[in-house]
Design a protein around this ligand. Structure first.
Ligand code: ADP
Ligand code: ASP
Ligand code: MG
Length: 452
């Protein structure tokens, strides 16, 4: 049996959900059981919900409530189009509960004038909870035994709201209880992605793009033979299609390559997705819901060596470089630990690190605590920051065996001023940092050199 996760554009409207139904039907007839289905919110809904919370927090209650009303309309229109008349009343009543809760939370936010991460999660989770109810009913209406499963029961997380971390043992157990039993009973369980809850039952979310992660958690928890990520591109491409005009499909990837690509910006897969898949050795396949006949990209432990020297390029904009320069670093020990403790204190992840005798440079993309971080770093030396930076990363298992490959990537970029260069011990990638303005031409150049 497989787990099928459908992203926002693959559930954007009734036509997309009809395509989903046929994809589910095909999987069910191939396996004779399942699949388990995980859905994102309809495209744009999570952004809309966060805007609603922002409006309420800034005192624009009317606007926030109008936002909720617009979402209600969009979902009710989809119910009309997809769900059998006999089932509609029950579904609409269950959805109304979510909308009433949204209205109430929005009013509370407006009254207090403040949004805590915990409150934001109650708002942000509504998109997935609503859509999973809708898709379960739409499947049932199409003759498939869809049944809604509350993701807040199946995914148990810590209380780091907005980027909660699932607790593996508790989640696996809950998956057995709430999802596996439904599959065994011949049903097609449908869960909202992105959403979980703490042991105490407070709603959490797994961070933006987190529905992929939910898909992998379901796959690991119920022992699926494959985790399918259905999206709007043919699979993992050799470069971000928004940056390079005609990237190619990468047919196979190793877990390690996929993890590096996802981590360094290939948005098609949430980086954490790989973890549960690795632990249970379950292949992950990325597929296009508009072209279900494609074979997509299959990600497995070993992968299959790419026929090209570089497997793919990833890139990420909006980075800030932080430089710490100090002669105290010279021959000293414990200096790096002190520096990184500052980032740890502010729960700010560091992407790329380079060091010299007297300086350390790191990149961060979360700048919420940048001022405080810089202030805390000052006692260690001179600190400076530079925003609007970007990362370009070449990934491939061939970097391990071909000593010239890294030099080739860098030499193709000879005209681009490179701020940092890093090749880590995995020797599966080479990463360079440049000004954001240089990224697009740089990506085009390396892509042309290696793939065109
Ligand atoms: P979903 O809503 O299905 O989760 P996402 O928007 O999260 O979809 O991810 C799919 C998008 O990822 C694609 O539309 C594409 O623009 C972007 N993307 C970035 N890098 C890559 C890449 N290397 N291969 C494929 N898609 C990529
Ligand atoms: N709906 C959530 C988001 O937009 C999660 C997801 O789609 O993966 O981030
Ligand atoms: Mg996504």
């Amino acid at each position: 049996m497989v787990v099928q996760k459908f992203g926002g554009t693959s559930v954007a409207d009734p036509d997309a959900i009809r395509r989903l139904i046929e994809i589910v039907r095909t999987a069910r007839s191939a396996d004779g059981t399942g699949p388990a289905v995980v859905v994102s919110a309809m495209s744009g809904v999570t952004d809309a919900l966060l805007k609603i919370a922002g409006d309420a927090g800034d005192g624009r209650l009317e606007q926030a409530l109008a936002g909720v009303a617009a979402l209600r309309e969009r979902h009710l229109a989809a119910v009309q189009a997809l769900v059998a008349a006999s089932e509609r009343e029950r579904l609409v009543a269950s959805m109304a509960e979510h909308f009433e809760q949204l209205d109430a939370v929005v009013k509370t936010i407006a009254t207090i004038g403040e949004t805590s991460p915990r409150t934001l999660d109650v708002v942000a989770s509504a998109g997935e909870l609503l859509n999973s109810r809708l898709v379960a009913a739409a499947l049932a209406g199409a003759g498939l035994p869809g049944i809604w499963v509350d993701a807040r029961k199946a995914v148990v997380t810590n209380d780091d709201y907005m980027r909660a971390v699932p607790m593996a043992a508790a989640t696996n157990e809950a998956m057995q209880q709430y999802v596996r039993t439904q599959v065994d009973a011949g049903k097609v369980p449908v869960l909202g992605g992105f959403v979980g809850a703490t042991v105490d039952g407070h709603t959490t979310t797994l961070g933006r793009g987190g529905s992929d992660y939910s898909g992998a958690l379901v796959g690991a928890g119920i022992g699926a033979r494959e985790i399918q990520i259905w999206t709007d591109v043919d699979g993992m491409l050799t470069a971000d299609p928004r940056v390079v005009s005609s990237p190619r499909l990468v047919p196979t990837l190793s877990f390690a390559e996929a993890a590096e690509l996802a981590y360094f910006g290939a948005k098609v897969l949430h980086p954490s997705t790989i973890l549960p898949a690795i632990e249970h050795d379950i292949p992950v396949r990325i597929l296009n819901s508009r072209k279900p006949e494609g074979t997509g990209t299959v990600i497995t432990a070993a992968g299959t060596a790419a026929g090209t020297p570089v497997t793919a390029f990833a890139c990420k904009k909006g980075l800030t470089v932080v430089d710490i320069t100090s002669s105290r670093m010279l021959m000293a020990y414990g200096f790096l630990r002190q520096v990184f403790e500052v980032f740890e204190k502010y729960k700010t992840a560091v992407d790329v690190v380079t060091t010299s005798e007297v300086s350390v440079s790191v990149t961060v993309d979360d700048t919420r605590h940048l001022d405080a971080i810089v202030a805390d770093l000052r006692p260690f030396g001179e600190v400076s920051t530079e925003g609007e930076m970007a990362l370009l990363c070449a990934v491939g298992d061939h970097f391990r065996s071909d000593a010239h490959l890294a030099a080739r990537v860098v030499s193709v970029l000879e005209e681009v001023p490179l701020r940092m260069i890093s090749q880590a011990a995995s020797r599966r990638n080479i990463t360079v940092i440049m000004r954001q303005a240089d990224l697009q031409p740089a990506m085009q150049r390396v892509h042309r050199e290696f793939f065109e």
